[in-house]
Write a protein of this length. Sequence first.
Length: 221
Amino acid sequence: FRPKLLAGRRMLITAGPTFEPIDPVRGITNRSSGKMGFALARAASQAGADVRLIAGPVALATPWGVEREDVETARQMHDAVMQAVADYDVFVSVAAVADWRVAQPSDHKIKKTATQAVPSLSFIENPDILATVARLPNPPFCVGFAAESDNLETNGEQKRIKKNVPLLIGNLGPATFGRDDNEVVLFDASGVTHLPRSSKDALASVLIEQIARRLPDASLI
Ligand code: C5P
């Protein structure tokens, strides 16, 4: 009898985009289907972890056994994560969080009229959820994701250090959006590991294994 890889672990995962309103019918968002985060949640649950998934607006079914909370904006995602995080020993930040939100969203639909000039928007910065969690006095094991369009090898390690996380997973190229497959590179203190392109479901199981073996007290592996 061999206990499951993540038995007894509690994993908090963010997935999908965030949506930042401009007015009641418009908004800005990031390109993210949520497939990678949902696949990781499923794989972690199958590996025996107790999983809570905080999801932005996506059109995906909740993986079996996973506890899901839906949010819309980056601030809502931040608040949901901060409220839960003390109970979790692993935080996997897969969400494509909008870096900025509209400074003053309108309460009413902005009307398009022949006489008025086109509206201009000003933005303010959203909280960096991953960096905030990684700065906690007693943080969970934090895993970040990065979608870089170029120079991933240098930018990935710099981002890992900037975010202060032990493991950063870099997507190779923007071609991953909405697709069912992905190719990633792992950055940790010991260097860079390339994983072969595969389906997001298969990759999720490999990533869960990679995360599990880096956890403190990973004595079973
Ligand atoms: O800085 P950048 O957005 O490239 O970093 C990506 C990583 O940071 C991802 O893990 C993402 O989930 C996380 N992030 C976050 N909050 C933000 C921006 C990014 O948690 N406001």
